[in-house]
Design a protein around this ligand. Structure first.
Ligand code: ATP
Ligand code: MN
Length: 473
């Protein structure tokens, strides 16, 4: 059995075998064992008088053990059942002089340095079980709603995705690459016969499939070589990108809101114990802070988002709100909002969500000049049908749009943006043959996991974070 099955079934009187890792060993008697199947430990009670001294010494934090014994109602508080150990075997020792995880509070920074061992901690066990539940809920949501998952390429030959700086994929010798006559690197000699990169988004390919299968989504790794050393950016992250034929911007907003609420609700229903553990952790972390500096309790925050409508606010309205806001008037923003057309920084997004509206906000109809070439131009000729969803504590969690479906408009936008038309010939062709209104968005999976777990640093919700100057493990 694993511990999850054990606590669910409470097989009092049965003899069972459990394998897992020792969290603590108290009074030469009580071993707390965790096997990662759930947050709970099994309390295994050893009879130290009948157990070899040399064996007892090897029951240390981090050791892997196999215990066999009878399950009884717990004599102490804290757990409903416990095991009276008849047989204990050490499967793998963990020398206490060397094992870095001890039963005390370690900082998240320290745990990042030992990311190979952090899955053994209570906090990271909870985070990664919730991460799993969120990805499962995502697939369930789309499957239940008639979407097909499409595996878009990870190596891309198109440099027009335009969502960020890219990582080159090459097999050329960096010390002496083949050169053209004019002295430039000759990419024709490279593996794919052209310049290739890791994808920054599966959207463009996703669109091709939406214009055939109608409702699709991608869920894959995404790479951005931007030097943003923030708590919200990774160089390698996972993105969910639905794309739907016949959906306009309103439908797109509705889908994204529904999608987010569904997966959050799913964790509330299926990850209660882990969420509670993280909620307690957060409350404990913030104990010292004055009341007004504390964040909303985790479960309350999730319930609130799952059960309330998101605010919808146009970019133009948002600029008015920001222009007249206190931090703008008192020059507290780093970037002051002076006129229509300004790009919104995260300080502005957070003001809107956390201070002004106090709930998730969908901003839409942005100036064309600050958004990508493929977004549908509005009748006013200066805004596009873009939408970003902003979450408290996170900022942008979703970015999406209705796509430009008109061949001529798209063609001139590509020109305007200085993109080589030949590199997008296939994308343009979909507007020539059977084009239609369609929309989609990108939901950053780690930002979602951050939000749901309340973990403030995105590095703590992906198993092995890749960030500037760091790609360990
Ligand atoms: P930001 O402005 O926050 O850098 P973006 O506008 O570049 O994000 P999009 O290109 O719209 O992001 O990507 C869609 C979604 O992917 C974002 O809303 C966000 O949730 C997520 N995302 C983008 N960049 C990163 C990153 N470097 N690390 C983690 N998630 C990211
Ligand atoms: Mn965006």
């Amino acid at each position: 059995m694993n511990i999850k099955e054990l606590v669910a079934n409470e097989p009092i009187g049965s003899r069972v075998i459990i394998q897992g890792w020792v969290r603590t060993f108290r009074s030469n008697r009580f071993v707390a064992i965790n096997d990662g199947s759930c947050a709970q430990n099994l309390q295994a009670v050893v009879n130290f008088e009948e157990t070899d001294e040399s064996l007892l010494k090897r029951i240390t934090t981090g050791a892997c053990v196999k215990v066999e014994g009878e399950i009884i109602e717990s004599q102490g508080g804290g757990q409903r059942i416990e095991m009276v150990v008849q047989n204990i075997e050490i499967l793998g020792d963990a020398n206490p002089e060397e094992f870095p995880l001890q039963p005390k509070k370690h900082s998240l920074e320290f745990l990042r340095e030992i990311a190979h061992l952090r899955p053994r901690t209570q906090t990271f066990g909870a985070v990664f079980r919730i991460r799993h539940a969120l990805q499962f809920a995502t697939h369930k949501y789309f499957n239940d709603n008639g979407f097909f998952q499409v595996h878009t390429p990870i190596v891309t030959g198109s440099d027009a995705e335009g969502a960020g700086e890219m990582f080159r994929v090459s097999t050329l010798d960096p010390a002496s690459p083949p050169k053209t006559e004019s002295g430039e690197v000759d990419w024709k000699e490279d593996f794919f016969g052209k310049e290739t990169n890791l994808t920054v988004s599966g959207q463009l390919e996703g669109e091709l499939f939406a214009l055939g299968l109608s409702k699709i989504y991608t869920f894959g790794p995404t790479f951005r070589a931007e030097n943003s050393n923030t708590t919200r950016h990774l160089a390698e992250f996972w993105m969910i990108e639905p794309e739907v034929a016949f959906n306009d911007l309103q439908d797109n907003m509705q889908l994204a809101e529904d999608n987010l609420k569904y997966v959050i609700q799913y964790t509330l229903e299926h990850c209660r114990e882990d969420l509670q553990l993280l909620a307690d952790r957060q409350a404990n972390e913030e104990k010292q802070l004055p009341q007004d500096k504390r964040t909303i309790p985790l479960l309350e925050k999730l319930e609130f988002v799952a059960n309330n409508d998101f605010v919808r606010c146009s970019y133009t309205e948002a600029i008015e709100i920001l222009r007249n806001s206190k931090p703008n008037k008192k020059k507290k923003f780093k970037y002051l909002i002076e006129e229509w057309g300004a790009d919104l920084q995260s300080e502005h997004e957070r003001f809107l969500v956390e201070k002004h509206f106090g709930k998730p906000v969908i901003l839409y109809d942005y100036p064309a000049s600050i958004k990508a070439f493929y977004m549908r131009l509005n009748e006013d000729g200066k805004t596009v049908r873009a939408m970003d969803i902003l979450f408290p504590g996170i900022g942008e969690i979703v970015g999406g749009s209705q796509r430009e479906e008109r061949y001529d408009v798209l063609k001139s936008k590509i020109e305007e943006f200085g993109i080589e038309e030949e590199s997008l010939w296939w994308y343009l062709e979909t507007r020539k043959f059977g084009t239609c209104v369609h929309s989609g968005y990108g939901l950053g999976f780690e930002r979602l996991v951050s939000f749901v777990t309340g973990m403030n640093n995105i590095r703590d919700v992906i198993p092995f974070p890749r960030t500037p100057k760091s790609a360990d493990f």
